[in-house]
Design a protein around this ligand. Structure first.
Ligand SMILES: [Zn+2]
Length: 338
């Protein structure tokens, strides 16, 4: 597809706590960006209003009018139907059920809009502009408070029958494991996310285990976070290191499942928890190697997300650009290997 220098899209990354909007060109360059807080508790009208306000600030910073946009791409958390343009349900947006977010934004801005799940968007962001450039078969996994994912098969995002594919965080790892907010038990994210790590630490502290983790949580067990555990681990705290290794173990079990099912050439790992780095990921890769078929494991590379927190907003823009057939041909592979 020939590059059109006048093509600009607006990317929207709607999260449960923040909204990021950016004006983006087909090469993934951000001309402007705007951050704001998601008024999730005030209901969907307030959220849509905040998206529009953020959009206008991003447009003003890029010195363009809404008329200069080719389209709008929106990434939203939860179960999303991209064909219907609806957020079906979202644990991060209380009260949202079958919300026609695409049409609400389209009507207010007078621009064609596209809606996609946020982790699927991040996968597209990495495919077009980040660590997965040039990959044909890859899986994006984001490990933070939960676990999300996006599956790319033969260069195309696999969206499933109703657009809900890629919910890797809800594959069952332990059939009698902790309850998950999806209604199942022992989902991957109940064992391998930042939330799971913090929960495990709180239980061990309450059981009387010796640790310095509380020093990084203001002395309050309820305030123990993955960040506090990481800080303690850096200082050599044994419990903190043990808990991070355990979380890495469960990350590896899930990765082994993905490797055996999809035989990907690449798995890109993003999300806040992955920033812990080697003490989390080395046990994960070791366990994945022990559990997956040797043949499929030897075919996969692991890379850290190349776009950081911008993968979602860039991916939402890429989704709109793909839909409008405005993306340049894929570039070479510049993956940073882990
Ligand atoms: Zn679940």
């Amino acid at each position: 597809m020939p590059e059109d220098s006048t093509t600009l899209v607006l990317g929207v990354d709607l999260g449960g706590t923040k909204i990021l909007t950016a004006v983006i060109d087909p090469q993934g360059k951000m001309l402007s960006r705007d951050h704001s807080v998601t008024p999730a508790r005030k209901g969907r009208e307030a959220v849509v209003e905040s998206i529009l306000e953020s959009t206008h600030r991003a447009l003003a910073r890029a010195n363009i009018s809404v008329g200069s946009l080719t389209a709008v791409g929106i990434g939203a958390p939860g179960l999303v139907d991209p064909v219907a343009g609806m957020v079906l349900t979202s644990p991060h947006l209380p009260g949202w059920r079958n919300v026609p977010l695409r049409d609400l934004v389209e009507e207010r801005l007078g621009k064609q809009a596209f809606l996609i799940n946020d982790a699927n968007a991040a996968a597209l962001g990495e495919l077009h502009f980040g660590a997965a450039r040039g990959a044909r078969n890859f899986i994006y996994v984001t490990v933070s408070t939960g676990i999300g994912g996006g599956i790319v098969i033969d260069g195309e995002l696999y969206s499933g029958a109703t657009g809900a594919a890629g919910e890797v965080g809800h594959m069952t790892i332990d059939d009698t494991g902790p309850p998950c907010n999806c209604g199942n038990r022992g989902c991957w994210e109940t064992l391998a996310s930042g939330t799971a790590l913090a929960r495990e630490a709180r239980q061990r502290i309450e059981a009387g285990d010796r640790t310095s983790i509380l020093e990084y949580a203001g002395g309050d067990t309820a305030k123990v976070t993955a960040q506090a555990i990481h800080s303690a681990a850096i200082k050599g705290d044994r419990l903190a290191r043990e808990l991070i290794t355990r979380t890495g173990y469960y990350i590896g079990v899930g990765l082994a499942n993905l490797i055996n099912i999809f035989n990907p050439e690449l798995i890109v790992i993003g999300g806040g928890l992955s920033n812990i780095g080697d003490i989390l990921l080395q046990p994960a890769f070791k366990v994945a190697g022990e559990r997956a078929y040797r043949e499929t494991f030897s075919a996969v590379r692991f890379a850290s997300a190349g776009l950081g927190r911008d993968s979602g907003v860039l991916g939402a823009a890429a989704f709109a650009l793909r839909a409008m057939r405005q993306l340049p041909c894929e570039q070479g592979d510049e993956t940073e290997l882990l």
